[in-house]
Write a protein that binds this ligand. Structure first.
Ligand code: C2O
Ligand code: CU
Length: 467
């Protein structure tokens, strides 16, 4: 990568004035990708004049899209220029535990002014993302996230690769991040902190220029704190080829509709077989009406082709376990309790049982397995290579987007269906149980938590150990 390509890739071309980019270097085959967290501004609302104070990576919102090749080592010197400690988590990447970015579990926080060197080699190709993992309920809401794309060694035949990072911001009358509601207990006990401004790649209703006949790979990432997003692609055939970064058996979306819970991703193949000048919207499906999130605009005259490409849309396999031994698996129940209208009387917190009133005074109201917040002892501990089934029992009144670190899992019945998707985040509806199965093959200490970040902050987090 030469300097110019680096600047383009990092989004540094639009750095605000006065922001100095850290130096970078490519040594042998290790790609160096410096990241700096700092305060900044972004134009995220429908008013093009309005500047909102946000927190950013490398001076852009979202942070730069990091593109790396599967199997190539990456080094990320990360400098914290915020006045709060922070860390970075590489969501969905199956990497070494000490690079997972969980403060107090896998690393110390990166204090203001400090630098931490992240280094990893992505095993899986696909659509991933990175985000803060400290005071996430505040730092994610302020904008600390970006896309991380791991390219296949043999890519699909496509004309264009588009990334759509969708966020849901809560903005006040002055056009600034609504700080009063950060930490709002009502939100924490209900659906989480929902927003009122939808952005794609940090912009209000961006327009992507395409050409008639192109095959587009669209990578959609829900980075919202808490918003479940029902979405719809209007007017072209959309084929889902991957979820949460992992290839699936391709399937055409019915009516173009799909739902992304917080942290989930989908990869779609769109054949833009529309006439020149026509457009396709990506819509947020609202209760009353749909909102346009972004638009794909076909060039008024240019035509790439009139018939779809013949090439396959099946992505190459990632090196996941060939099967999960479900009948022989170690089984663990994970009751999920608490929240408003959940009827939880109390739970263990910091080693002792506390009633719900006392918990709420500590901003806690959610429990996994009867425990609020990160327990001292792991939820379970298994030897490397053990097949595990965790029953996520949603015993409360809210849906939850449950995420497992360091592993992908299948949502299963009583047997392993080879075609079941590998996921890292699953939406468990109120009153339902989702049985997730995986091979615990990555040594270390790994979180399981709700990715409605206010629920995590309110106690919905635990961890397991692979030895
Ligand atoms: Cu994207 Cu612990 O999470
Ligand atoms: Cu939740």
């Amino acid at each position: 990568m030469n300097r110019r390509q680096f600047l383009i890739a990092s989004g540094a071309g639009v750095l605000s004035a006065g922001f100095s980019l850290p130096s970078f270097a490519t040594r042998s085959k290790i790609l160096s990708y410096p990241l700096v967290a700092s305060l900044g501004i972004a134009k995220i609302t429908s008013d093009p004049e309005l500047e909102t104070d946000v927190w950013q990576y490398n001076g852009v919102t979202p942070g730069p899209t990091i593109r790396v090749k599967q199997g190539d080592p990456v080094s990320i010197p990360f400098e914290n220029r915020l006045d709060q400690p922070t860390t970075i988590h590489w969501h969905g990447l199956r990497i070494a535990n000490h690079m997972d970015g969980v403060p107090g579990l896998t690393q110390p926080v990166v204090k203001p002014g400090e630098t931490f060197h992240y280094q990893f080699t992505p095993r899986d190709a696909g659509t991933f993302w990175y985000h803060t993992h400290n005071r996430t309920w505040e730092q994610l809401a302020r904008g600390l996230y970006g896309a991380l794309i791991v390219e296949e060694k043999t890519p699909l035949e496509i004309d264009r690769d588009l990334v759509c990072v969708i966020d849901d911001w809560l903005i006040n009358d002055q056009g600034q991040i609504d700080e009063e509601s950060l930490g709002n207990l009502h939100d924490w006990a209900h659906s989480g902190r929902l927003g009122n401004v939808l952005t794609v790649n940090g912009e209000h209703q961006p327009v992507f220029q395409v050409e008639s006949g192109e095959r587009v790979r669209l990578r959609v990432i829900n980075v919202a704190n808490a918003r479940i997003m029902p979405l719809r692609i209007n007017g072209v055939k959309a084929t889902a080829v991957a979820v949460d970064g992992q290839p699936i058996v391709p399937g055409v979306l019915e009516d173009g509709e799909f739902t992304l819970a917080p942290a989930q991703r989908i990869d779609l193949i769109l054949d833009m077989l529309q006439a020149p000048g026509q457009q396709t919207d990506i819509e947020f499906v609202g209760r009353k009406k749909n909102l346009v999130a972004a638009t794909l605009q076909c060039h008024p005259t240019k035509v790439k082709r009139t018939e779809p490409i013949e090439a396959s849309v099946v992505l190459p396999k990632n090196p996941l376990p060939s099967s999960v031994d479900i009948s022989g698996a170690k089984r663990f129940r994970l009751p999920m309790e608490g929240g408003a209208m959940g009827g939880m009387r109390g739970a263990e917190y910091n080693g002792k049982w506390m009633g719900i009133r006392d918990l709420v005074k500590e901003n806690k109201m959610w429990a996994l397995n009867g425990i609020v917040g990160l327990p001292e002892k792991p939820f379970f501990s298994v030897r490397r290579g053990t097949s595990v089934v965790v029953e996520l029992e949603n015993l409360n009144a809210w849906p939850h987007a449950m995420h497992v670190h360091g592993h992908h899992f299948k949502v299963v019945g009583e047997t392993d269906e080879p075609d079941t998707a590998w996921r890292d985040t699953v939406l468990v509806e109120s009153g339902k149980t989702s049985r997730i199965a995986f091979v615990a093959d990555n040594p270390g200490k790994w979180l399981i938590h709700c990715h409605m970040i206010e629920h995590q902050a309110g106690g919905m987090v635990t961890w397991f150990e692979v030895s």
